[in-house]
Design a protein around this ligand. Structure first.
Ligand SMILES: *Cc1c(COP(=O)(O)O)cnc(C)c1O
Length: 431
């Protein structure tokens, strides 16, 4: 199976974390987001263990909340010794409401609003990743108002194209995040930051993209960042104590994707860092990373019930499910690949080809095209795998579909972590 937490039981049904998906659908209905807590903890553990082994002391993995921001994730992160990234005061609010300590939170964003910065600083957020000079000035002013020295990282763009989708590529020059090294603007950014009286510059941040499977883009980022840091030390006498290399570790959406070797990648990063720091006689900075997708994506799947099955031409046979782009917009946005399984026919031959469509009023509302499946009947359950990241967090109420509930499995036992939305929820803010 695509992920190690998936199996088929003696009834021929798909199981996740040992729980039969047919039983889960019976108990909780469909569509249903399913998450496997054991699997999430295993992924967290890979990061914390490899960090301990291969990276300088003080290094820490931060979970990128945008992948899946729900209260239930934060106690797990805390127990697993993770910090967290947030990109809005809403994500910060969620983390704090779940009891996550503010000092372990890093606040990102290319246009954090002044009231969001004020909220974050008043709550004692650990670090703000400053995006640009104008923002630095606002942070400086707010820190002074709150009588604190605010710790910041400076977000830089190292100019690397990690060969991923353009839409999720954030490390190159012409992007709206951070300040570019190659244009020379980054040096001005640092000089201005060091002048701010109420700001403590801990170091630098970069994020080069998503779905990266090899260590090379990260070691390339290290080359560029270290070169920059050495130049800054020469010209300004400033030494960074933290280097944050962002997220972007790949996960398996289909069998065509490799299995990401986290240990190997962190080991290479650590070795490369030590080599560079030795060469330039630079004190080893603590390394931070921000995995999002690779913590939660494979841990999740979505269960749907097949509605009408519609053969519209020789080439196109639709299965229309009881969800769609409102709960998973990723095919619509990026033509993202997914693996789809007929939950109760795992042992039948996948000799048919279907297009899985949703129930929104959009011809583009597809979950996936050309999916090999066994002959599927109305009422069958389908599982879309690897939906733990960027599904619920990107979901909407388009067509006023209430959002599906989410359950978390631990040792095969389920608990509801997000309730199903009700009609009342849908009109809550309507006057
Ligand atoms: C999106 C993002 C991440 C997480 O990326 P994943 O591909 O989910 O690991 C981390 N850091 C920043 C700044 C991001 O924008």
């Amino acid at each position: 199976m695509l992920h190690s937490n998936l199996s088929v039981n003696n009834k021929g049904n798909l199981c996740i974390c040992g729980a039969d998906c047919v039983e889960l659908a019976k108990e909780f209905g469909t569509p249903l987001y399913v998450l496997d807590e054991n699997y999430i903890r295993d992924r967290c553990h890979e990061y914390t263990e490899s960090f301990k082994r291969y990276l300088p002391t003080g290094s820490m993995p931060l979970y990128a909340s945008k992948a899946l921001c729900i209260k239930a994730i934060y106690p797990i992160l805390l127990e697993e010794d993770f910090g967290a990234d947030v990109v809005s005061s809403g994500e910060l609010y969620t983390a704090l409401a779940a009891g996550f300590p503010a000092e372990r939170v890093f606040f990102h964003g290319d246009n954090k609003l002044p009231e969001e910065l004020d909220y974050a600083i008043s709550k004692g957020v650990g670090c703000i990743v400053a995006d640009n000079i104008d923002e630095l000035k606002i942070i400086d002013m707010l820190a002074s108002r709150h009588n604190v020295r605010q710790r910041v990282l400076l977000r830089l763009t190292p100019g690397i194209d990690p060969h991923t989708f353009d839409a999720v590529n954030t490390g190159t020059l012409n992007c709206q995040f951070g300040v570019a090294i190659e244009s020379g603007q980054a040096e001005v950014f640092v000089a201005e930051a060091l002048k701010c009286k109420n700001i403590d510059v801990l170091g630098f941040h970069c994020h080069i993209g998503s779905q990266i499977f090899s260590p090379e883009p990260f070691t390339m980022a290290l080359d560029i960042m270290l070169d920059f840091m050495v130049r800054i030390r020469e010209s300004m006498g400033y030494t960074a104590s933290i280097l944050n290399l962002g997220g972007g570790y790949g996960i398996r959406y289909t069998e065509a994707d490799p299995i990401m070797d986290i240990y190997g990648c962190i080991e290479k990063t650590g070795e490369h860092l030590k080599m560079l720091c030795d060469r330039f006689d630079y004190p080893l900075p603590a390394i931070f990373k921000e995995p999002g997708r690779s913590i939660v994506a494979d841990a999740g799947l979505t269960l749907y019930t097949a509605g009408y099955i519609k053969k519209v031409s020789d080439n196109t046979n639709f299965i229309i499910v009881d969800g769609g782009m409102a709960d998973n917009p990723r095919y619509v946005l990026y033509a993202s690949p997914y693996t789809i399984i007929n939950v109760s026919r795992c042992e039948e031959k996948a000799d048919q080809v279907y297009t899985i469509a949703g129930r929104s009023c959009e011809t583009g509302d597809l979950i996936q095209e050309n999916v090999p499946l066994p002959e599927t009947r109305s009422g069958d359950l389908l599982a879309v795998l690897s939906t733990g990241a960027y599904n619920y967090s990107m979901s909407s109420n388009y067509n006023r579909f209430p959002k599906p509930p989410m359950i978390m499995l631990k040792d095969g036992r389920a608990r509801v972590v997000v309730k199903k939305e009700t009609f009342e929820d849908l009109i809550r803010n309507d006057l």
